[in-house]
Design a protein around this ligand. Sequence first.
Ligand SMILES: NC(=O)C[C@H](N)C(=O)O
Length: 324
Amino acid sequence: MKTILAIHTGGTISMSQNEKGEVVPNDENPIAEQQVILQGQIKLITDELFNLPSPHVTPAVMLKIKQRIMKAIDDGIDGVVITHGTDTLEETAYFLDLTLPNTIPVVLTGAMRSSNEIGSDGLYNFRNAIMVAATDESYGKGVLVVMNDEIHTARYVTKTHTTNVATFRTPTFGPIGIVTQNKAKYFQELIRTEVADINHVVSGVFLIKAYAGMDGELFDAIDKPETKGLVIEGLGAGNLPPQTLPAVKRLIDNKIPIVLVSRCYNGVAQDIYDYEGGGIQLKKMGTILCQGLNGQKARIKLLVGISDGLKGKRLAEFVSNAIS
Ligand SMILES: NC(=O)C[C@H](N)C(=O)O
């Protein structure tokens, strides 16, 4: 029988609706009490590590989750499930994907409806996540996200709807598998290349979204010694309005690594256009084009790379290599 560790961190899956219809955190975690599911098939151990709405989750919290999982790996646990708020679930999932050894299945899940709402999806997702974590085929696939009968890779999954239970999607590539008839079925492989075994996290890594008519004001606002890195969600295939360029150039001259992704939902950032502010020119200026990650994931990757002590060319290689 496999032993699975469930680490609870909070979020709607651990919340309930009060008499006024407001969704609020609980002192007693309703999901942690569900010890009975999959009884007889799996030995479930639980740890209520945090009880945080996920907008309260920081990279320091992510690091604590990583350290708890490392201890579980040392203790010989067969798989780990993490319950988490959905707002920042994709960031914690990708942080863990980048920082954990790919030895046992690690699966994140959450809920869009709290524990006492009609059609609550928490217990169902939790049960599926435990089952996926205990499946032999889940080994070697990196950190996974299981929600609404789908299995996604931490690297690409993103929250796409504010309230719908089908909110988690993998743009461009699609999910890696599905859960059907209580079984995990995989139909895509993930080749995983990067692990940065960090034990501290830096601050001062920012994310800015580009827009029509943007100028340099926001870039100038972060041009200070504490700034360690910046991700820009560029336009289309990875372009910027020309008025931003002097400020972007100043940041590059001040040795601040700048990563460029696309603000588009699908596709990748590329050096295609050679006009003022086009991707070709931005690459020549020294921005790092990161293919396949959204802004929030690229920020996590940049933060992890900098926390790992990477600089210059090595940092650029680590951050840009996302499709493999
Ligand atoms: N569905 C959820 O979990 C959303 C909630 N605001 C959270 O991220 O904690």
